[in-house]
Design a protein around this ligand. Structure first.
Ligand code: 13P
Length: 268
């Protein structure tokens, strides 16, 4: 069974001092739960990573970067590399967030290089995938997802693919009023798993986690995380308070127990 994920990207929010307060609250809530069946991570802005590494040290909450460069070092003013993230205590790195694609001109060809570098450095890349509103309207969503995922993973051997996390984040649902509907999410996650199956085989498709992001809240998250092919929730605004993220974590913990019970029933 795939381990479920509860994650939040803080974007350009929550400085060091606030990180310490956030972590303090979250730690006390997480300590009251059995979170051993799920993976939890937060992606603070770079300058908050040292505070986050200290404050979340020895807790089940891991940390990661929101972006990185594809080289290890050199004349790349303003950039951060994979070894730097590792040194800062990161286990994860988010790549291809739609805000990076939209505002900073990143392409999936660049993402492919970043994925490769991240994995060589021992980071888990969280690779964002998603269609725009126009692509959706043109009925091209699955075609776009296939192109994005296959480009991002090009050159990676099959056995490394499950070490990535794919984040389906429809671009029109990020920072929006509502998440994509559960039916729509189910169809895209199923399509993504089929793409993996066709191109990378059944084993890879079964073991690679595909999480959903885009206007998730504690209210709508329950129906989304309950879907068969959804392996986690990736949350922005609703998890920028520790109370909000704690509620998301609770949902994911409950969903993990339900999915385990379903799997056990199906195999006995
Ligand atoms: P919102 O949850 O604020 O829509 O942001 C989602 C997101 O960008 C996750 O990466």
């Amino acid at each position: 069974m795939r381990k479920l994920v509860a994650a939040t990207g803080w974007k350009m929010n929550i400085g060091s001092a606030e990180t310490v307060r956030y972590a303090g609250f979250l730690k006390s809530r997480v300590a009251q739960l059995d979170v051993s069946a799920i993976d939890i991570f937060v992606l603070p802005p770079f300058t908050s990573l040292p505070a986050a590494a200290g404050a979340f040290g020895n807790t089940p909450v891991a940390i990661g970067g929101q972006n990185m460069h594809w080289e290890d070092s050199g004349g790349w003013t303003g950039e951060i590399s994979a070894p730097m993230l590792v040194e800062a205590g990161c286990r994860y790195v988010e790549l291809a967030h739609s805000e990076r694609l939209q505002h900073f001109g990143e392409t999936y060809e660049l993402i492919r290089r970043k994925v490769d570098r991240a994995m060589s450095a021992g980071l888990t890349p969280v690779i964002c995938l998603g269609e725009t509103a126009q692509e959706k309207a043109a009925g091209r969503s699955d075609e776009v997802l296939a192109e994005q995922v296959l480009t991002s993973l090009a050159g990676q051997p099959d056995n490394r693919v499950p070490d990535t996390i794919l984040a389906y984040e429809p671009r029109w649902a990020i920072g929006a009023a509502e998440a994509a509907s559960p039916d729509y999410v189910a169809a895209r996650h199923k399509a993504l798993r089929n793409i993996l199956r066709q191109h990378r085989g059944r084993d890879v498709a079964e073991h690679t986690r595909i999480i959903y992001g885009g206007s998730v809240t504690p209210e709508n998250g329950h129906d989304i995380i309950g879907l068969d092919d959804v392996d986690g929730l990736f949350v922005g605004r609703a998890a920028w308070t520790p109370e909000g993220f704690a509620r998301i974590i609770e949902l994911v913990v409950k969903a993990a127990a339900k999915k385990l019970a379903r799997t056990t029933a199906a195999t006995t």
